[in-house]
Each structure stands twice: as C-alpha cells, then as structure tokens.
Design a protein around this ligand. Structure first.
Ligand SMILES: Nc1ncnc2c1ncn2[C@@H]1O[C@H](COP(=O)(O)OP(=O)(O)O)[C@@H](O)[C@H]1O
Ligand SMILES: CC(C)(COP(=O)(O)O)[C@@H](O)C(=O)NCCC(=O)O
Ligand SMILES: [K+]
Length: 279
C-alpha cells in the first residue's frame, strides 16, 4: 500500500492507495497542529510500503512526521519545489520558496491539461499559471475563506459557509452579521479568482484550462464563471507524477484526474474583463 500525505496549514490529509490495483482504499484527515496519536484518524502503517509527502507546515512538523514514518516504512519520498521538473520551469526567483503544494498542483495540472491555471482553495487561496511549453509564471496568494472570516473577529468563525449553498444566494447582501461576513468573504474570493484568471489569460493571449482543488474548492467553484474542473486529489496527482510507483503512474495516469472542459474562447474572456472594468 502507498501512503500519500498532503500536509496543509489547517489539515493533514492522507490516502492509502493500492499499489497493484491503483484503487484508493481509504482516506482521512487530522488537524495539522495536533500531534498524531493512536486512535486518531491515521492509517495503519503496517500495510504501508512507501510514503509520499507534500508539506507546507512548519519544518518541525515535517521532520517529526518523516522521523516517525522512516522508523516504520522502507521508502519515504518528500516532495520539494525545484527549478524544473516534468517539463515545467518554476517561475519563482527562488524556486525552493514556492509552496510545495502549489508546485505539486502545477505539475499535476500541466501533466493533465498542458498549460493551465491551478487554484488551491485551502487556508490560503493560491492561483498559479503555467503556459503551454511549461513556463510557470508564478501566481497569487490570498487568505482563504476561513482565514478571512477569522481575521474579522466578529464571532462568526464557527458558522461556516454551507458548501451546498447556491452562489446566487451567497452573493446577496447579508441581513445578519454571519450572513454579511460569509457573503462578503465569498464575493471577495470568487471575484479574485474570476478576475485574476481573466487578467492573466488576456495578458498572455491564451485561454487556459482552469482547475480547482482544496477544502473550499466546491463552494468557490460555484461562483467561477469560466469552464473549470474540480480535482480534489490534485496535490496527490503531483506526488504521483514526481514519484511514480505503480504501472499506471509510470504511464502518466493520475488517480481521480477529472475531464477538463475546453476553456471559453479568449474573446469571451476578454469581453467579460472589459465588462467588469466598466462597472
Ligand atoms: N470538513 C472540513 N473540515 C475542515 N475544513 C474544511 C472542511 N470542509 C471545508 N473546509 C475548508 O477547507 C479549508 C481547509 O482546506 P485544505 O485544502 O485542507 O487546507 P490546507 O491545505 O491549507 O490545510 C478550511 O480552512 C475550511 O475553510
Ligand atoms: C501559500 C501557502 C501558505 C498555501 O498553503 P495552504 O493554504 O495550502 O495550507 C503555501 O503554499 C506556502 O506556505 N507557500 C510558501 C510561500 C509561497 O508559495 O510563496
Ligand atoms: K492553498
């Protein structure tokens, strides 16, 4: 069994993948700031023969995790942001400073769709661009929905946006504090994604496929106008591409990869941008 780990600032997600059948056997998540204890929602390491890790948590968290895993599992692979991999050139001036979860998302997106825009809606919302040919342009980082809400300190943190809410409802003026905050941060997040996607496509003269991942991907996607795909396992896809262990992975197939819709035409994206500038 292969254990894939995606350690974010909020949640440490894991999944167990059968190395023979490529099936995902189980998944879970624990709070990143909490210590792993027996009984918490962690996988049984006795069945694990290899581990792949993407971590943006503090260095100490990664070190503890790697030490624990190395004592139990033969091969442990830790992903790093590097200047170039799998045909993608990292756009950062200091490539190792690019969050490795972003790097994994970009590599997975490029392997699946070629040039693309990869959006990760977690603790932070990150929006990265890679062009056909593999040049990563860099990206944008803004606070995620939960962080935006907590920063207001209005006592609304425990009332999360219902992920099944319709975007139209979430865009209405709120008539209670909780509603006003939830609708405000929602509009901030979806406006940023829509605008940044259109700006960069316009500037580069190309309509790029759009991919979303992260804990808030589903609700943010409801407010995204352009055709897009949601890929909950996009970071894991990057791990599979960097450290292929199964026959399918070596052939470039990533688990759970969605069908990516054709992007809207560049003229349509540009018309939307011009319209939003008139407002
Ligand atoms: N069941 C859930 N538990 C915790 N957070 C959730 C859940 N569903 C959605 N979220 C949202 O997802 C965010 C965490 O997403 P995730 O992509 O795991 O973040 P990170 O990678 O930064 O840890 C939370 O900040 C919250 O807004
Ligand atoms: C931007 C991030 C905090 C996003 O982390 P996440 O929301 O996925 O927990 C992470 O990718 C990170 O720590 N990046 C390093 C800084 C950078 O990418 O420029
Ligand atoms: K993120």
């Amino acid at each position: 069994m292969i254990l894939d780990l995606d350690i974010g600032n909020t949640l440490s997600k894991w999944r167990l993948k059968d190395a023979d059948s490529s099936e995902i056997r189980s998944r879970g998540a624990v709070w990143t700031r909490e210590e792993w204890k027996p009984g918490s929602d962690i996988p049984d390491l006795d069945v694990v023969e290899a581990v792949r890790i993407s971590s943006v948590a503090r260095q100490a968290v990664l070190e503890q995790t790697v030490t624990l895993l190395q004592s139990r599992v033969r091969s442990v692979h830790v992903a790093r942001s590097v200047p170039e991999a799998l045909g993608v050139m990292n756009g950062y001036e200091e490539p190792h400073r690019l969050g490795v979860d972003r790097w994994m998302g970009v590599l997975a997106g490029y392997q699946l769709a070629g040039g693309c825009c990869a959006v990760d809606c977690g603790s932070a919302i990150t929006i990265d661009f890679v062009l056909p040919g593999g040049r990563h342009l860099g990206g944008y980082i803004l606070p995620g929905l939960r962080l935006m809400k907590e920063s207001l300190q209005l006592g609304t943190r425990n009332v999360a946006i219902d992920p099944d809410s319709e975007a139209e409802e979430l865009l209405l003026p709120g008539r209670r504090t909780v509603e006003a905050v939830n609708h405000g941060i929602y509009l901030a997040a979806v406006s940023a994604v829509n605008r940044i996607y259109a700006e960069v496509c316009d500037r580069e003269g190309i309509a790029l496929p759009l991919l979303l991942t992260g804990g808030d991907a589903r609700v943010v996607a409801r407010g995204v106008h352009s055709p897009h795909a949601i890929w909950p396992d996009m970071v894991y896809g990057g791990l599979e591409a960097c450290f292929p262990l199964t026959a399918a992975e070596r052939a470039g197939r990533m688990s759970g990869a969605p069908r990516v819709p054709e992007p809207a035409g560049l003229e349509k994206i540009r018309a939307g941008l011009a319209f939003s500038m008139l407002l």
